[in-house]
Design a protein around this ligand. Structure first.
Ligand code: SAM
Length: 294
């Protein structure tokens, strides 16, 4: 075990510095060492709250080496806090690796929850979905991105992911191609001066962004889950069949047409067609008559 050493995973603001919780301020002021993704960035936050602290950088590509140094410090009884550039460490950043190594080393890991860009968007999206699937960053390559979107197209939960300003247009276009006109909620620059939440069907949101002279800022995207088709009521079926009969369609062609248009089984449409064509007596006779009918 690790003596009295502990590792705190501290969420920091994603834009608005006032979002740093009083508990987070207290922990950051008390610990012996702060491991930060970018020490210069975190120094600004600490200065704002009057905190002077020893820091070590912990970032992608150096996780293994820095984790070893941090864990050694904790084993000597040190209390260490991990922060990322913004939000909750471990969510689409390298925080998870240090946590994993610390747990293997028998260290107590303590969460200090707070801001998270994904959670902020979910809280204002206004989708009624039963839940959501967070995909982190989508693959940068179009083919891999489309494959991933296809894999989740019919999933009955909303999809949530991070996207860069360089790729947001391409990604929205891919969503439309793969998933159709889904409703979106996009969070741009959340909690910052230019915060925006763009909501609407994917093509409308895409047009809005394409019309801008430049796309700037950080993005979170939420895609509403596939909506179950609205059940077609009997009157709609009868109405359409009467209409087609009036236009001279045969019973057989009308059944095929209405079944295709309203996406309902031919058997159900055939039953209604027999009523419309006044051939209820044929109902039990099956499709033989249907095939012969004109
Ligand atoms: N750990 C962070 C969290 O809890 O939100 C996320 C880290 S990830 C490396 C950074 C990405 O989060 C950005 O590229 C952007 O997609 C999203 N993000 C971070 N801050 C944001 C903000 N203020 N508004 C919108 N998206 C943001």
């Amino acid at each position: 075990m690790s003596g009295n050493g502990e590792l705190y995973i501290v969420a920091t603001p994603i834009g608005n510095l006032d979002d740093l919780s009083p508990r987070a301020v207290g922990i950051l002021a008390e610990v012996d060492l702060i491991a930060a993704e970018d020490t210069r960035h975190t120094r600004k936050l600490l200065t704002r709250f009057g905190i002077k602290a020893e820091m070590i950088s912990y970032f992608r590509g150096r996780e293994a080496e820095r984790s070893a140094a941090i864990i050694a410090r904790i084993h000597r009884g040190g209390r260490v806090a991990l922060v990322s550039d913004a939000g909750t460490p471990g969510i689409s950043d390298p925080g998870w690796f240090l946590v994993d190594q610390a747990l293997i080393a028998g260290i107590r890991v303590i969460p200090v929850p707070g801001p998270c860009a994904a959670a902020a968007l979910v809280s204002v999206a206004g989708f009624a979905g039963p839940g959501f699937l967070f995909l982190g960053f989508l693959p940068p390559k179009k083919k891999a991105r489309c494959d991933l979107l296809s894999a989740w197209r019919d999933f009955d939960h909303d999809l949530l992911f991070y996207e860069s300003p360089r790729r947001i247009i391409g990604t929205l276009a891919d969503i439309i191609t793969v998933m159709g006109e889904r409703r979106l909620a996009i969070g741009r620059e959340l909690t910052k001066l230019n915060e925006e939440i763009i909501r609407g069907p994917a093509p409308v949101v895409l047009d809005d962004l394409v019309a801008r002279p430049a796309i700037k800022g950080e993005f979170v995207v939420m895609v509403e889950h596939r909506q179950a088709p609205v059940p077609v009521d009997d009157e709609t079926v009868f109405c359409r069949l009467r209409d087609l009969r009036g236009k001279g369609y045969s019973l057989k062609d009308s059944v095929a047409e209405v079944s295709r248009e309203l996406k309902i089984g031919k058997k159900k449409v055939y039953g209604a067609a027999l009523v419309v064509w006044d051939k209820k007596g044929l109902m039990a006779a099956g499709t033989q008559e249907e095939d012969n009918e004109n």
